[in-house]
Design a protein around this ligand. Sequence first.
Ligand SMILES: Cc1cc2nc3c(=O)[nH]c(=O)nc-3n(C[C@H](O)[C@H](O)[C@H](O)COP(=O)(O)OP(=O)(O)OC[C@H]3O[C@@H](n4cnc5c(N)ncnc54)[C@H](O)[C@@H]3O)c2cc1C
Length: 467
Amino acid sequence: MALCSRLPCEVAWPPVAGYVEPAKCSLKGLQHPHKRLPPVSVAKLRKFLLRVYGFFTAAGARLHIGIDDLHYAALKEELRRTFSDRFVSAEGNGLVGTVSPNSVEELRDLVDVAARHAVPLLARGAGTSPHVPLAVAGLQVSLRGLQRLLALDPAAGVAAIEPGMTWGALIRELQPQGWMPRVYPSSRAVSTVGGFVAQGGVGVGSFEFGSIRQSVARVRLLTPQGELLEVAGDDLGSVVGGEGRTGLIVEVDLLLQAWAPMEPLIAAFNSVEDVERCLADLWRQPLPVWSIGLMDQAAVSLQVSQGAPVEALPKGRCAALFSFRCQDRKSVLPQLRGSILGAGGRVSAIRGTHDQWIDRFMGLQALATTPVPLQFSLGLGKLRPMLRALRPELRRRLGFEAVVANTALPMAVRFFLLEPPRDLAENVDVAHELLSIARSLGGQSLPSQVLSAGSDYRTPRREASTE
Ligand SMILES: Cc1cc2nc3c(=O)[nH]c(=O)nc-3n(C[C@H](O)[C@H](O)[C@H](O)COP(=O)(O)OP(=O)(O)OC[C@H]3O[C@@H](n4cnc5c(N)ncnc54)[C@H](O)[C@@H]3O)c2cc1C
């Protein structure tokens, strides 16, 4: 609980024990901004609630704090009856267990059970997003059973996809039909469409196409009340980036691009300042570059120690990966080279596919050295000031990967600790420090950007509900 009091709300996800997360646990259900109670109030409230628990359940309250094994015994029994071996029970930490429904109808049954037992549902895709590894109170719902490409509309360039499909599987299914996603995470091999959409992520392809929000045409949402909503237009702001707070994403209509082989180009730079000069120059030109990824010196060293070729990624240098369609080579290369050389960089001779290079540029989150996410979006040219504002002792302990996105704050920077923290509190302190520096420079934290924007977080309208 002490930890909770120190978490800035942007990194306090998923909800941890003792943490009142009203979006999933409120008396009314949904659509509350992220709020926290000081630990002492939480402790008192919990004690009080446990005493008057009968009254609250009778009143149909959705307030859940901590564990109540007696209550869960009945819930678990019902889950076993309804979902048989697709319910796996968990012991301790307030997590009831995991249910893996295979259809929207089963999801609705689950939502109904959860509502009757007043237990929050926690959506889970592949579980690759960084999170606080503490007790999670509630019932986990795995969306992995819904993993089909439902339809492809070639005239509109739109695919309807179930949330549990991995990006890797989607890419494989689309390619023979001449299509590919416009944007996807570098964790594509395992992470799910629903998870990335719920995170409002930026990643591969974001230089041309912005965040995933710009590539989502419509979402089908199952609310905690069991309603199926069609969410589109401005209302997508409540779902894309909402991290499951407004309901379960059960289908996504995704804008696609025509499939094209991509060419990687790697450049090495002496400093972050040089990289930023190159980016500022590229930003001014309408060049058909699809994706840009960056690494600082520490990330480069780590990649090389894991087998990346040192001749392409010289130690002690920052590196950038530029990806563009092979068919655009002639128009891209001269200007791109000009921007790199003009900023004091050099173009590396490389071998390997575009996909291999994506893994080498945006894969260090897999080390899991940073349980509490340290992800921020910054304006162009703000990365160097951010690094300079860090205490030197802290800077030495951090590395970063970044992507450049076609968004209001284009630099999406993912810091990570080079060594795992001694304890979580230490990681939280680092998160605090980075967040306050990022904010002082006009930036914001990445995973909860919709919530930290505050006013953007609204109830989806019910105008086009189905069923
Ligand atoms: C090596 C590596 C590379 C990465 N690269 C990127 C990157 O390029 N860009 C990026 O943004 N992130 C990246 N990440 C972080 C993470 O992989 C992505 O955010 C990914 O899209 C999360 O998908 P997931 O299926 O693992 O979702 P999870 O981690 O399971 O869930 C993510 C969030 O979405 C919610 N959620 C999941 N499914 C649903 C649903 N159907 N309905 C409602 N809510 C749901 C969950 O409750 C949770 O809040 C990377 C991580 C690793 C380890």
